[in-house]
Design a protein around this ligand. Sequence first.
Ligand code: SF4
Length: 168
Amino acid sequence: MEPVLVSACLLGEAVRFDGGDMRSDHAIMQRWLQEGRVVSVCPEVAGGLPVPRPRAEIAGGAGGAKVLAGIGRAVDSSGRDVSAHLVGGAQRALAKAQERGVRVAVLKEGSPSCGSGFIFDGSFSNTRLNDMGVTATLLAQNGVHVFSENHLAEADALLQALECGHTK
Ligand code: SF4
């Protein structure tokens, strides 16, 4: 069975910066859980950050690729540089994905780690930027197809196509 890496907060784990979760009750997510194909990860907790923690964004309108390259940084709302935590968490998420043979991931939209369609621009003013977070970027750079929770049907279709050998 084709595994799928999923952000832990979407699975109801209370790992978000505010101590809460973003549990998805979507039928596709619930079926994946029943099928036993879900691999859970919270990159920020894996990277050593506590729960709760200050909100973090990638500074200066940059995206995850620049943080991974060491030319951008992630900071929290108190101004602390948390780049090493986000990069370390991304590396752990990738290692987990590779151990389990993951080719598809569904990650929480908007997060500086997990965002795939948008993140926030580092001004802590709820300004969106069309870019990817650190973990989403690292997974994509290593061949994992990354979707957000807003594209579960597309992710499910890809899982089925991979299982049938219709795509790679
Ligand atoms: S790092 Fe990802 S999995 Fe962890 S709380 Fe943030 S969005 Fe959810």
